[in-house]
Ligand binder design. Structure first.
Ligand SMILES: Cc1ncc(COP(=O)(O)O)c(C=O)c1O
Length: 437
């Protein structure tokens, strides 16, 4: 660690202070806390790649709509449990315009971020059938969803999709689903952390097997429209965001405003339950929560108990952003392309300095440049790489936190500023000079 930009003793003392037993395995929030402390004491600014915070200003369309709603006095009024009517209607149009999927406003439900949406959905799906007590994660994935399962005391299985792309996915999924204990499947597309994107062939396999084994598919679209290899920005015009909803009626979509509209702070997202699933009666679910249909159980039993609805003013913001996108006056994809452009430059800096990409391809084509990418360094585990980079002023999380079987780390581009690229390059060069010997 010759000439590393940070004093090892300071970093080690903060690790001890935070009682982090193995820094390579630290969670996102532990790394955040550690880096904050080291930055404070040393004055050295890290290249912060650990957390998916939107690095762009919030959409002004949302901010203005929210201010107006507050001035109108909505803060005094409880919103409807399943979301305000204008939001539900614009959301349904948005899903038609950008996914080419027909879904009634009824099933479009406001949630306190996608986080709350998945929490409620896990709870509902976990109780639809007493014989099916397990959720299947197609990994790598967003670590906090596993934490949700842990908090709920619910069971999950997982596999890393790295070796099961394309048609290979069918046999892998079938092997798991045929055991009969799986109630739901969850994945994100584009994928956090690997930025792989399932293609229509893969989504069709997932949809067909969901039909065959009567399993609910939870498609997490937190990075909606962000496969920048294709232009998904035109309302009502192909190409559309690929979705499992084309291949099954047994689905829930999660559309987060955090990244696509840079609206993470207001905690307002959308859960969209298919018409068929919304209206389905599951006797075991009814017995457990004393509700009626699946959809009403989610809203009137689960969301009611958790937060009694979603911030009223933030729902007006989301309504305005969906409306402007639907009308074609707000090209939200254009606004977030910056992530892809930064990823391209940052990836190149890593590759020039001895690193390799872990998840490289979508079957035969190179993955897109977007919000995240995954990297490895020769002869280092992901945990070692996280730890070693911390002494060089670079922070990230290890891939084993995400259910990946590969050795490497996740790099998030959003928080790194372009002005820091020179510094990133210097630190990577120093790192490589010291470790490649
Ligand atoms: C895959 C995935 N799902 C969900 C979320 C959380 O979304 P929200 O901020 O809407 O709760 C994130 C945020 O990083 C994510 O990466």
């Amino acid at each position: 660690m010759n000439n590393s930009p940070l004093n090892k003793t300071v970093v080690d003392s903060k690790i001890e202070l935070l009682r982090i037993p193995n820094v390579g395995k630290a969670s996102i929030r532990e790394i955040v806390a550690l880096v904050n402390l080291v930055e404070e004491e040393t004055g050295v600014k890290y290249i912060r790649m650990e957390m998916g915070v939107p690095g762009l200003p919030p959409s002004q369309i949302g901010v203005n709509a929210e201010i107006e709603a507050l001035k109108r006095g909505v803060a005094a009024i409880y919103p409807m449990m399943d979301g305000i009517k204008p939001l539900k209607e614009e959301a349904s149009k948005f899903i038609k315009n950008f996914l080419d999927i027909d879904l009634k406003a009824q099933g479009c439900i406001a949630t306190v971020g996608s986080m709350q949406g998945t929490f409620a959905a896990f709870m509902a799906a976990g109780n639809v059938n007493k014989k099916k007590d397990t959720t299947l994660f197609i990994d790598p994935g967003f670590p906090v969803q596993k934490q949700q399962m842990m908090v709920l005391g619910m069971k999950y299985e997982t596999f890393d999709v790295f070796n099961f792309r394309g048609e290979k996915l069918r046999a892998k999924l079938e092997g798991i689903l045929s055991k009969g204990n799986i109630n739901s499947i969850i994945y994100s597309n584009p994928n956090n952390p690997a930025w792989i994107c399932f293609n229509d062939e893969e989504l069709k396999i997932i949809g067909e097997l969901a039909n065959k084994y009567d399993v609910i598919v939870m498609e997490d679209l937190a990075y909606f429209g962000m496969d920048f290899r294709i232009d998904l920005s035109k309302p009502g015009e192909a190409p559309f965001q690929p979705s499992v909803a084309k291949y099954t009626d047994n689905y829930i979509l999660f559309i987060s405003s955090s990244k696509i509209f840079s609206y993470a702070g207001q905690r307002c997202g959308l859960m969209a339950i298919s018409d068929q699933l919304f209206n389905r009666d599951y006797p075991d679910l009814q017995e457990r929560f004393k509700g009626t249909s699946f959809g009403d159980t989610v809203t009137l039993r689960l969301l009611y108990s958790i937060s009694s609805g979603t911030s009223h003013s933030a729902q007006w913001a989301l309504t305005a952003m969906f409306k402007a996108a639907n009308e074609g006056s707000f090209n939200f994809v254009e606004e977030i392309k910056e992530y892809g452009e930064k990823a391209k430059i940052m990836k190149a800096l890593f590759l020039e300095n001895g690193f390799g990409l872990v998840y490289k391809n979508d079957i035969e084509v190179p993955i897109a440049d977007g919000f995240y990418f995954t990297i490895s360094y020769p002869n280092m585990t992901g945990n070692q790489l996280v730890e070693n980079l911390l002494y060089y002023g670079i922070s990230a999380i290890a891939l084993d936190n995400t259910g990946s079987d590969e050795e490497g780390i996740r790099a998030c581009v959003s928080f790194v500023k372009r002005e820091q690229f020179g510094e990133l390059e210097e630190r990577l060069k120093l790192f490589n000079d010291n470790y490649s010997k």
